[in-house]
Design a protein. Structure first.
Length: 312
């Protein structure tokens, strides 16, 4: 989960979309990949009639958990809900949303913005959210964005953060030992990599390509700063600290419900409080339940909604 994975939009025919929605299976993925991936699946819900709200998810465990939270919250409010989970990535589910086959979907602001506006320069959370609202096609809208995100970050161990009083990326300027950044090989050339750190924050770092072992390298001390996705469950299990990014070096990608505009008013009062309660720490903890504890999305969602007072 430590690579930036933004791909261009691929148009699909209605027949391909229908096939993608009909497939069944279980797959992992990531929230930032616009390309297609494994099949579809998920729970059953209502009859699929015009009054049924269809909630979809990516083929990605974290996204499915959020979708299940949405589905249970809507169902608890008395709405008829159908689940179409594990659809795939944006090239599969965006046409389904635009066609009205799916009405509610957990999305990520920055990467959805780049899907519709590849030339955007917005990076800060509020700027991205505002630009996204303008970029969406007629018929789609977003409800309130959540504090939780699933995006690139610069992360350190808690011991390192405590030693140097690190809260933001800018605080790395106060570290008196050489800084080595770990991440996927392509990070070295990305605008938010070492060059971006220098330009935005005046921070000089060496770079080590760590690939899929980035968190391991950080914990082992091979690197002291790492490019880790903000919803990675190992942030909790390894006691890591995600540094704030006040200058917007990294693209903000907050969790947000993408919905059919025709039902926005009907579901906003239900889903907006849910989004407000979904903190960065809460999303990581939900992912820990899935990855480390092997709990189902249904169980994870029910317990979270109950703990936060959304269901009895």
């Amino acid at each position: 989960m430590n690579a930036a994975r933004n791909k261009g939009r691929l148009a699909l025919t209605a027949a391909v979309v229908g096939a993608a929605l009909a497939l069944s299976g279980c797959a992992s993925g990531d929230p930032l990949d616009s390309g297609s991936s494994g099949g579809t699946g998920g729970g059953s819900g209502g009859s699929g009639g015009s009054e049924t709200i269809v909630v979809g998810s990516q083929a990605y465990y974290s996204n499915e958990i959020i979708a299940e939270i949405y589905a249970q919250a809507l169902g608890n409010a008395g709405l008829e809900v159908e689940r179409r989970f594990q659809i795939g990535q944006r090239d599969a589910y965006i046409p389904a949303l635009e066609d009205g086959e799916v009405q509610v979907f957990p999305e990520y602001t920055g990467n959805l913005l780049q899907f519709y506006d590849p030339e955007t320069t917005a990076t800060l959370p509020d700027d991205v959210y505002a630009a996204l609202q303008d970029a969406l096609p007629d018929g789609l809208t977003v409800l309130d964005q959540s504090p939780a995100s699933d995006q690139d970050s610069y992360t350190v161990t808690k011991a390192f953060a405590d030693q140097y009083s690190l809260t933001t990326i800018a605080d790395l300027a106060n570290v008196d030992v050489p800084l080595t950044l770990g991440g996927p090989p392509e990070l070295e050339e990305r605008p938010y990599g070492p060059t971006g750190l220098q330009e935005k924050y005046g921070i000089e770092v060496a770079f080590t390509a760590t690939g899929d072992t980035t968190v391991d390298a950080l914990v082992a001390g091979t690197v002291n700063v790492a490019n880790v996705f903000t919803a990675d469950p190992r942030i909790q299990s390894e006691d890591l600290v995600t540094l704030e990014d006040p200058e917007g070096l990294l693209l903000a990608s907050n969790v947000v419900p993408l919905v059919n505009a025709d039902i926005a008013d009907e579901v906003a009062d239900i889903l907006n409080p849910v989004s407000a309660a979904l903190t960065p720490e809460a999303l990581v903890a939900l992912n820990v339940r899935s990855v480390d504890e092997k709990q189902s999305s249904e169980v994870i969602a029910t317990e979270w909604l109950s703990q936060n007072g959304f269901i009895d």
